[in-house]
Write a protein that binds this ligand. Sequence first.
Ligand code: AMP
Length: 304
Amino acid sequence: MDKKDKLLITGSIAYDSIETPLASEEYILGGSASYASLSASLFCPVVMDGIVGADFKESDLARLKKHGIDTSGIKVDKTRNTMFWRGKYHENFNTRETQDIQLNVYEDYTPHLVDVAKEARFVLLGNISPMVQEAVLDSVSDPDFVILDTMDLWINTTNSQLKNLMGKVDLVIMNDSEAKLLSEESNIMLAADKIRAMGAKTLVIKLGEYGSMLFHDEGYFTTPAYPVRSLHDPTGAGDSFAGALAGYICAKSDSSFETLKHGMVLSSAAASITVESFSCRKLEEAGIEEVKRRAKFILNSCKI
Ligand code: AMP
């Protein structure tokens, strides 16, 4: 594989405290870049960009490295703490509330990419502020395909920066509630039309346990989710989905409609693994064979 056939992933690296209707855990490894990188590393070589603080554990860095992720671009600011997020799931996992978010080291993070990251052909701008995402994108020499993920906080607080960035990438991912928030439309199809008109040429809308939709110039595609019976913590499902999609595109070195469709099914499979544990644990244990097995199950479930 060519040195440049790598996937650069930026986003948050965080410690999460999470409460679900069944259990809670404090200060566990999370962040969009952590989930996305572990998921993508099942498919292709990953270079991670981000920043952590004085409290970041060496053992958590080792978890990423163990999966072959190049962490040489992760900066450490010893004067502050790692980003922190506290989330609580209500109504039997159906709604999530952000109870606390402390950006800490991400407050004024200015990315300076390592050389190997600058050369990446594929880029996933995982969920973090559009200012950080844009700075990363501007530093990559000549990317072939760029994916952008986001979240309600950024839609609410940095709307114009986000919309501006959407026009500079190849594929935008968000969930259904974020699509409705951004478009101010309650019908998901009309929301997708509006967001594509804003500049998001290719759009993926995730529907949580119901699957995801792909809006592309060559057509429309939808995949169900893998049916999960042991739901522990939905955190990171979206990031794992985005990581797998970017990872598959990088592994195939192709971003055609056909490849994206296969990627969507594999991404649903990867996301279903994440929700079966707190933090990234299940994702770390599972191999690519388990992702493929689940993807096959999803495909069979649509056959008549
Ligand atoms: P997801 O469940 O896919 O939406 O991702 C949840 C992860 O995103 C958690 O591990 C959090 O640490 C991280 N996170 C939460 N809020 C933000 C935010 N505003 N920007 C970036 N990452 C965030």
